[in-house]
Design a protein around this ligand. Structure first.
Ligand SMILES: C[S@@+](CC[C@H](N)C(=O)[O-])C[C@H]1O[C@@H](n2cnc3c(N)ncnc32)[C@H](O)[C@@H]1O
Length: 412
């Protein structure tokens, strides 16, 4: 099928050999991050150097790095995954560095009491979420519980506590029985679990020191007076934003990147309600009963339907949600404002779905004009390069090797 919205291959945006870590190492591992270099270059090309930015799927916040770099004054981020919001809060809240070192020292003393003088500290509540013993040994659970207790009990500001929860979350993940090189939750084999004896405290201490160093070196110096609002619900004001910069999910969490699964154990330990249900709330998380049968995506959905009704409905639910979300986002931009979506076109049943075309089409239906779509070759996105398009274990296939940068402008 020929593209209705032209696509131009633009190697400027490949940033080959560069990664997120090149300029802004992340404070916490997160799936499918966008490298900020893309946004910085785009803002230069589009002459964006002030105003208000919205990211409706902000993840760990690469678009805010772009906003800070390019002098934006106000930013608003939404993500339905509470771990994503926590990471952004830690990275983009200005905390005087001495406060972090002071908190580290206080925490050290509190941990000493927590482990060596148990009688001196308040009783520690052990969390009891579903399947906790499946994912953590009793020793690890006990140590994590003391660590969490000491963090929550520390006499320091809420911003510092939030910061400490980030290395805590990384420690949770690394001390669990999950195979750490996967975004989905897979449990180690019995023989691996037998010899898995993580040292919770040392690991946390290492993560904390590293987080302070990264924050001090890469984030703190860039934190301006720009105001950042973060929310786990979509409530930004209408007609208020100059630019939307975002990298939406490529598909539903079940068959593409499982943000909720990746974050599940952290979200549970951090006490976020509905931790188990994050993936259902994300785009395409609730399967619909009808096919998405309008516009440019219709033909692909009908072809998938011929092979599998279930897959066609799953894919439809993603596009219904994406269409609904674009309608909301479109409302929030001012006339003249730009919507920039960095997205991949995933394959389902051997069909590459034209999500870039879908996005341009949806914006056009809401008073926008398509400005350009660039194609970039994907080298660095931290996401699995293999997936199982048929959802059968063992039937793995190479996923996208390119991404699309779709830019639309609000004209009425
Ligand atoms: C590709 S990631 C964004 C990555 C981000 N640019 C970064 O650098 O970390 C997509 C994000 O969208 C979030 N998400 C998925 N569906 C959503 C929805 N309906 N509303 C808000 N956020 C959603 C996911 O939790 C995930 O964090």
């Amino acid at each position: 099928m020929t593209n209705q919205y032209p696509v131009t291959r633009n190697p400027t945006y490949d940033f080959s050999g560069q990664s997120y870590a090149n300029s802004y190492p992340n404070l916490h591992k997160y799936p499918a991050t966008m490298i900020p270099q893309i946004g910085i270059e785009l803002f230069k090309e589009l002459n964006i150097s002030g105003g208000k930015l919205l990211d409706p799927y902000c993840g760990s916040g690469s678009s805010f790095i772009v906003g800070l770099d390019r002098g934006l004054e106000e930013m608003y981020g939404v993500d339905f995954n509470p771990l994503a919001i926590l990471i952004c809060q830690a990275k983009f809240t200005k905390i005087p560095i001495p406060l972090l070192y002071e908190a580290r020292q206080k925490l050290n003393l509190a941990l000493f009491d927590g482990f060596e003088h148990k009688d001196k500290v308040k009783p520690v509540n052990k969390p009891n979420f579903y399947h906790i013993d499946f994912w953590f040994s009793p020793e690890v659970t006990e140590q994590l519980a003391v660590l969490k207790h000491c963090i929550l009990d520390l006499a320091t500001s809420p911003a510092v506590k939030n910061f400490l929860r980030v290395p805590f979350s990384e420690t949770v993940r690394e001390c669990s029985y999950t195979r750490n090189n996967e975004f989905k939750l897979y449990r180690m084999k019995a023989e691996e679990r037998l010899i898995f004896r993580p040292d919770v405290l040392s690991l946390f201490w290492e993560k904390l020191s590293q987080a302070i160093k990264i924050y001090e070196t890469y984030y703190y110096p860039k934190l301006t007076n720009a105001r950042l609002t973060l929310s786990d619900q979509f409530r930004p004001p209408r007609n208020d934003y100059d630019v939307v910069l975002t990298s939406p999910p490529y598909g539903d969490s079940k068959t593409t990147v499982a943000y909720g699964q990746f974050s599940l154990l952290s979200n549970e330990w951090l006490g976020f309600p509905k931790a188990r249900h994050v993936d259902q709330t994300l785009m395409g998380g609730k399967t619909v009963a009808a096919l998405y049968e309008t516009g440019l995506i219709k033909e692909d959905i009908l072809e998938i339907f011929k092979q599998s009704k279930k897959r066609a409905l799953e894919v439809s639910s993603f596009y219904f949600d994406l269409a609904r979300s674009i309608a909301q986002v479109a409302n929030c931009l001012k006339v003249g404002g730009k919507a920039i979506y960095v997205v991949g076109n995933r394959c389902v049943k051997d069909r590459q779905l034209p999500t870039d075309q879908f996005i341009a089409e949806q914006f056009e239906a809401h008073g926008f004009r398509h400005v350009f779509t660039y194609e970039r070759v994907l080298g660095n996105k931290s996401m699995p390069l293999l997936n199982s398009p048929s959802n059968q274990t063992g039937n793995r296939k190479r996923t996208m090797t390119q991404e699309f940068i779709v830019v639309c402008e609000k004209v009425r």
